[in-house]
Ligand binder design. Structure first.
Ligand SMILES: *[C@@H]1O[C@H](CO)[C@@H](O)[C@H](O)[C@H]1NC(C)=O
Ligand SMILES: *[C@@H]1O[C@H](CO)[C@@H](O)[C@H](O)[C@H]1NC(C)=O
Ligand SMILES: *[C@@H]1O[C@H](CO)[C@@H](O)[C@H](O)[C@H]1NC(C)=O
Length: 492
């Protein structure tokens, strides 16, 4: 696999870098012109500019000149920004076999820069084998470098309030990026990045050991294991549920029983069927997406329908994304470098990556000292409170471990007068924790929340056909066709 990767890298290294951004007007799979402004492009970073990072820039639909600018980082490490753009908070989504515009999106109120970092993610690549080697801390430097170069080419956005956001694995990267940008500004790097307020994290990783350890309490709180098994694990394992001492038979046996209980659970979202996540596309010449898609999906699978994900599996859309992102017309519409090899949704295994941030807590501590606000949220679709990969029990525990006092204690916040949307709690370090449980019948992000931190209010954006009930009992009607901005202090 690595050989293929380096062959790709080698092929790319003979391409000439063109530093042009592209304004995308049409996308294959979507009918009509794009109803939002999309720009894509590459920015060279790394010691000798031998890393090319690809980005998607979606302009705010409201007031791009004044609205905040947020860089959005996807997890992995090594997942494509398409995870954010098509499966997360972005303006596009798959519906069945079609691409549709998603009206529930961050770009209703903010300019969003979806970055594919590190090299090897999405359409980003390195020109040399050495440049392909990357790490958590290298990402911090390269993302800072990316941003300063991007602002040189986009001076009109320099004065917009700037935020950093991300989810999943980028829980380790985002707090470090905030610190890196601040240090760069203090050192006098130009252009100055207008980072003032804060950062947003969804279902974030903080430290792998921390998360693995909290899966047991998650499984108990979600009713996946019995009280008795939980008690026995607590009693016999001494609070450590990974890399256990094999001579501790009581603990090992308990963990075996635990593994059996969860073996058929889809760990990223325990309510979903345990579908295979990524269906690998064979290395055949990629067909043209404009012709009959059904037929081609069949051809892809070598006429073996058992190798196709069942369409009821949500991973079916992951399969479609690989089909879409590897299509020549899509690539040419997006301005992907000619000769770029195979795209995969999450390329984690093929990137020579060093995990050198073991714990993001010190970065959170430093950012809190500097007065940054943060919003840590758990969104349920996907994956929120039912995410066992990064369980809510670990998010709650690491926030607690920061030792900041609670200024607004755990309480529900409402979506409608009789529908709890989730729970929230705020801390003295200006960190807000919020869960979002509600979901409607929309195929993708039915209920969308994002939050941007502005001077002294957190803004929450919800674009869904529901009523919101504020703390003082005020009802706020939101329609599907228009979006509303509500201050979190009003909603919560
Ligand atoms: C699948 O079947 C069709 C029709 O029988 C055939 O034309 C096509 O070549 C087959 N595809 C593969 C990959 O075998
Ligand atoms: C936090 O800030 C201190 C003081 O500036 C610095 O020495 C330390 O390296 C920072 N921590 C991290 C993880 O960067
Ligand atoms: C929080 O308090 C505990 C107990 O006093 C201490 O061990 C821990 O280091 C503190 N955490 C931080 C981030 O300061």
């Amino acid at each position: 696999m690595r050989n293929i990767y380096f062959l790709v890298v080698f092929l790319l290294s003979i391409l000439i870098s063109i530093h042009a951004s592209l304004h995308v007007k049409y996308l294959p799979g979507l009918e009509g012109p794009l109803p939002f402004e999309l720009e894509t492009g590459y920015v060279s970073v790394g010691e000798s500019g031998d890393v090319e990072l690809f980005y998607y820039f979606v302009k705010s639909e409201r007031n791009p000149d004044k609205d905040p600018l947020m860089i959005w980082l996807t997890g992995g490490p090594g997942c494509s920004s398409i995870c954010g753009l098509l499966f997360g908070n972005g303006p596009l989504a798959f519906k069945g076999d079609r691409l549709i515009t998603n009206f529930i999106m961050l770009s209703s109120v903010a300019n969003i820069l979806y970055l594919e970092s590190p090299a090897g993610s999405g359409y980003s690549y390195a020109k040399t084998r050495r440049a392909a080697e990357t790490s958590d801390t290298k990402q911090l430097h390269q993302i800072d470098q990316f941003l300063r170069s991007w602002f040189v080419d986009h001076p009109e956005f320099i004065s917009n309030p700037f935020y950093v956001g991300g989810d999943s694995y980028s829980g380790k990267i985002v707090p470090g990026v905030v610190q890196q940008i601040l240090l760069g500004n203090e050192k006098g790097l130009t252009p100055l990045i207008n980072i003032q307020q804060g950062y947003v994290l969804g279902n974030p990783t903080v430290s792998a050991n921390f998360e693995s350890n909290h899966r047991v309490s998650f499984a108990h709180r979600m009713g996946l294991i019995s009280d008795e098994l939980h008690e026995s694990l607590e009693r016999n394992c001494g609070g450590k549920f990974f890399n256990v001492d094999p001579s501790n038979a009581k603990c090992s046996n308990g963990l075996q029983a635990y593994d059996q209980c969860i073996s058929e659970i889809y760990i990223e979202q325990i309510l979903l069927p345990n579908c295979k996540v990524d269906y690998v596309l064979p290395d055949i010449s990629l067909p043209n997406i404009r012709t009959s898609r059904r037929r081609e999906l069949k051809e892809f699978s070598g006429n073996d329908s058992s190798s196709l994900p069942p369409s009821r599996c949500f991973t079916y859309s992951y399969f479609l994304s690989a089909f879409w992102a590897n299509d020549e017309n899509v690539r040419s519409a997006l301005g992907v470098k000619k000769g770029f090899g195979k795209w995969s949704r999450c390329n984690t295994l093929n990137i020579p990556y060093t995990y050198d941030i073991h714990d993001a807590i010190p970065y959170h501590v430093n950012n809190s000292r500097k007065g940054f606000r943060s919003l840590i949220y758990r969104q349920d679709y996907c994956f929120g409170d039912h995410d066992m990969m990064v369980p809510f029990s670990s998010t709650e525990a690491w926030i607690k471990s920061l030792n900041y006092s609670i200024v607004d204690d755990w309480r529900p916040w409402m979506m409608t007068s009789n529908q709890v949307a989730g729970y929230t709690r705020s801390y003295a370090n200006k960190m807000t924790f919020a869960t979002i449980k509600a979901r409607s019948s929309k195929p993708f992000l039915s209920f969308f929340l994002s939050s941007l931190v502005e001077e002294d209010t957190l803004l929450i954006i919800i674009k869904t056909n529901v009523h919101l009930c504020s703390k003082d009992g005020l009802m706020v009607k939101l329609s599907e066709d228009s979006h509303s901005l509500l201050s979190l202090s009003k909603v919560l």
